[in-house]
Design a binder for this molecule. Structure first.
Ligand SMILES: [Mn+2]
Length: 396
């Protein structure tokens, strides 16, 4: 008999599906939140029969359970932990730990891809084309590689996962992977997925208007309240506002805080680690501790959302060497223009600031991070130019 304790997201449930394909009714599967796992492990060690093989995937245990599992293993207990989170690498110090973040070919792993490999190597599963395709979709979703590869099948698999119950998803996938040569979505699923795409788009559009910018420690964060679609939301807002180091997503009901970044220079597992959480470089989370609550909720609640740049301008355009005009909430004007190649100058309320920039984007990034500015509309740009002309006239 086997017992699998796994995460309750797509990658975690992917592991459950593989385990059921491999062991059939010889495996009991339980899906857990990050916090719930430790209770389950304790329960297992106290109550389950000694000969049950414990598999833990996509999650790792706390220090107390780490020690208990090692004693369990030393006393001939059977246990295997398989994970791909950087924060779990120390489990490789145990015979029963297998943690790989990047595989030998340089590909990012997921718990599902690691478990599949484990089951194949130990001849516990018959590999097939359709299972491999399913595993690869889960891996691409979990690592966000689908985005680079434009693999929308992977994103849709995750959307489907959230549309139906875990039991229904498991059942459907197991059936499909058993009997078909290739993985596919049926016609009904395709239709509800199209509807879901539209819904996500509207949700993100609404959330974009609620995003607040704040300095938190040494980062500039975008902060938004949201109950659903965290990955999609974090990714879209991150791309819309590349001057933000990361997007912090507050789920007040769940008392949780998620972090997403699109940048390579920011590691959000470190940010979450600061509040006792963890995760990946690009996606992480923590509980809403008193400190996190103060920094992300109390200190930012009074702030107004980020103003979007004017979209329909014909004159006040970005990257125009002649100049682009910005404004902030306190009414200061900022004019960013180029005097020669690779030399962009910034004027604040008509006075040149010391710092200069080699590219427009560098200058705009500086402006947005330090002054929360937005590109003003053409009419404001025209009045600004008129004033400039008048000033020059008066000087003559
Ligand atoms: Mn995972």
């Amino acid at each position: 008999m086997y017992k699998l304790l796994s995460h309750s997201d797509l990658d975690g449930v992917g592991c459950g599906i593989l385990a059921k394909l491999a062991f059939g009714n010889q495996v009991k599967v339980r899906y857990n939140s990050i916090a719930g796992l430790n209770r389950e492990v304790e329960w297992f060690l106290e109550n389950e029969k000694k000969d049950i093989f414990l598999l833990i995937t996509d999650l790792s245990v706390n220090e107390a359970n780490e020690k208990k599992l090692e004693s369990f293993y030393q006393a001939d207990g059977k246990v295997q932990l398989i994970d791909h989170h950087k924060t779990a690498l120390h489990f490789n110090n145990y015979d029963w730990g297998h943690v790989v973040v990047v595989d030998e070919e340089g590909k990012l792993t997921s718990a599902t891809s690691l478990l599949y490999e484990y089951l194949i190597v130990n001849q516990l599963i018959e590999p097939s084309e359709s299972i491999s395709e399913f595993v690869e979709l889960v891996r691409q979703y979990d690592t966000w590689e689908w985005e680079k590869n434009n693999n929308f099948q992977a994103q849709r698999l995750n959307a489907l996962f959230f549309l139906v119950s875990i039991e229904e998803f498991e059942e459907k996938m197991i059936e499909r992977l058993k009997v078909n040569e290739h993985f596919f979505f049926d016609e009904f699923e395709k239709r509800i997925l199209d509807m879901e795409d539209n819904k996500i788009e509207r949700y993100i559009r609404r959330k974009r208007r609620e995003l607040v910018q704040a300095k938190v420690d040494n980062h500039v964060a975008g902060i938004v309240y949201a109950e659903s679609y965290h990955s999609e939301l974090g990714n879209e807002l991150g791309k819309d506002y590349p001057h933000l180091d990361y997007i912090a997503i507050l789920n007040i009901g769940g008392k949780r805080l998620g972090f997403r970044t699109i940048h390579d220079h920011v590691d959000v597992s470190e940010v979450a680690g600061h509040y006792g959480g963890g995760g990946h470089e690009k996606a992480s989370g923590c509980l809403l501790t008193d400190e996190a609550y103060k920094q992300f909720v109390v200190d930012t609640f009074h702030m107004d959302p980020i103003r979007e740049d004017a979209q329909r301008n014909r004159f006040n355009l970005k990257r125009s060497t002649f100049g682009s005009l910005y404004k902030n909430r306190t009414g200061d004007t900022f004019f960013l223009y180029s005097v020669s190649e690779n030399n962009w100058i910034l004027q604040q309320n008509g006075l040149k600031i010391e710092q200069s920039f080699t590219t427009f984007d560098e200058g705009e990034n500086f402006l947005k991070r330090n002054f929360s500015v937005w590109l003003v509309r053409d009419d404001a740009f025209v009045s600004f130019l008129m004033e400039e002309v008048n000033k020059t006239k008066n000087q003559v």
